[in-house]
Write a protein that binds this ligand. Structure first.
Ligand code: NAD
Ligand code: LMR
Length: 329
């Protein structure tokens, strides 16, 4: 057996926490030969509920679950962690945009960034899920300057999975046949699911789906508004699918992307595709499980360029807003 990998999850007693912890403990992140230590971080009032989650984890008798720590101390929670999955924050309600949460959630990521810098393992990688996740990630990264910029990720895999599922249903094809689906930009209603470069069974989506009006219209809005549609239907924001996307993201970053394919995650922009440096921007990414890179040379036509610029503009506005709030320098 390998030495355990230590994974911190914030907001561990919440909806996403309840969906993600059991899958991490059962081996869904790192495979059937990899033990894990779980660090469960919550605010103090949620510790009794978290105690119940710990009882249930115990009651599963997961062979790969080496240890569980439940705490409201960020220093204890992030001590020696190899992966930090930052979920803990307030979800939006019907009628809100995710950016409306910046005032409430943004400050959470200052202390968490600082605590990760003080305590985490030298190889720490961080995935931010709590919304608005791109800009919350920017805040955490700015408050942990000693942790290299290539270790910070914000989740857009849920958007990628949603887009693949919509395309597969429209084409009457299995979802596993949809590849090369890039999500560009912000995890928000401006995000751009790039159908022009996606493939179904190796064919361009624009050949496999002749209804281009749908691709440019209903497909885009369905993916962009999916989070809001779930809140309207459930009265609560997505949880199981969000947990699943977080598992998919970490597993891919840990084990690699298939040859010729890519995945989507928001990373610190390095100037690729003309995007303003330092924004946390979702790009097509490829990785061998150790190093990742933005896939270069993905064609961007006029239609796509307009959408990418709109989502970049929104992220710049969010960046200016958190600067004005003093959350980043
Ligand atoms: P939830 O309200 O069910 O749970 C959130 C948990 O976070 C609660 O248990 C709360 O006590 C805890 N918490 C609050 N502040 C904290 C802090 N400072 N430190 C540690 N824990 C803290 O919410 P949820 O449905 O699990 O959603 C959590 C977040 O994930 C929301 O911001 C939501 O919008 C976001 N989300 C993102 C995506 C995505 O694709 N990026 C998808 C779904 C949800
Ligand atoms: C989602 O996309 O489902 C989440 O970001 C939750 C939300 O607020 O829409």
């Amino acid at each position: 057996m390998n030495p355990p990998i230590t994974v911190a999850v914030t907001g561990a007693a919440g909806q996403i926490g309840y969906s993600i912890l059991f899958r991490i403990a059962s081996g869904a992140l790192f495979g059937p030969d990899q033990p894990v230590n779980l660090r469960l971080i919550e605010i103090e009032p949620a510790l009794p509920a978290l105690g119940g989650v710990v009882m249930e984890l115990d009651d599963c008798a997961f062979p790969l679950l080496n240890s569980i720590t439940a705490t409201s101390s960020l220093d204890e929670g992030f001590k020696g962690v190899n992966w930090a999955i930052l979920v803990g924050s307030v979800p939006r309600k019907a009628g809100m945009e995710r950016a409306d949460l910046l005032n409430i959630n943004g400050k959470i990521f200052i202390g968490q960034g600082q605590a990760i810098q003080r305590n985490a393992a030298a190889d720490v990688r961080v995935l931010v899920v709590g919304n608005p996740c791109n800009t919350n990630c920017l805040i955490a990264m700015n408050n942990a300057k000693d942790v290299p910029a290539d270790r910070w990720f914000a989740m857009t895999r849920l958007d990628e999975n949603r887009a693949k599922s919509q395309l597969a249903q429209k084409a009457g094809a299995p979802v596993s046949s949809v590849t090369n689906l890039a999500i560009w930009g912000n995890h928000s209603s401006t995000m751009y699911p790039d159908f022009f470069n996606a493939k179904i069974g190796g064919r361009p989506v624009t050949d496999a789906i002749p209804d281009h009006d749908w691709l440019k219209g209903g497909f885009l809005t369905t993916v962009q508004q999916r989070g809001a549609a779930i809140i309207k239907a459930r009265g609560l924001s997505s949880a199981a699918s969000a947990a699943n996307a977080a598992i998919d993201t970490v597993r891919t970053l840990h084990s690699g992307t298939p040859a010729g394919d890519f995945t989507s995650v928001a990373v610190c922009a390095d100037g690729s595709y003309g995007i303003d440096k330092d924004l946390m921007f979702s790009f097509p990414i490829k990785t061998d499980g150790k190093k990742w890179e933005v896939v270069q040379g993905v064609p961007v036509n006029e239609f796509s360029q307009e959408k990418i610029k709109a989502t970049e503009a929104e992220l710049k506005d969010e960046q200016a807003a958190v600067k004005a709030l003093g959350l980043i320098s």
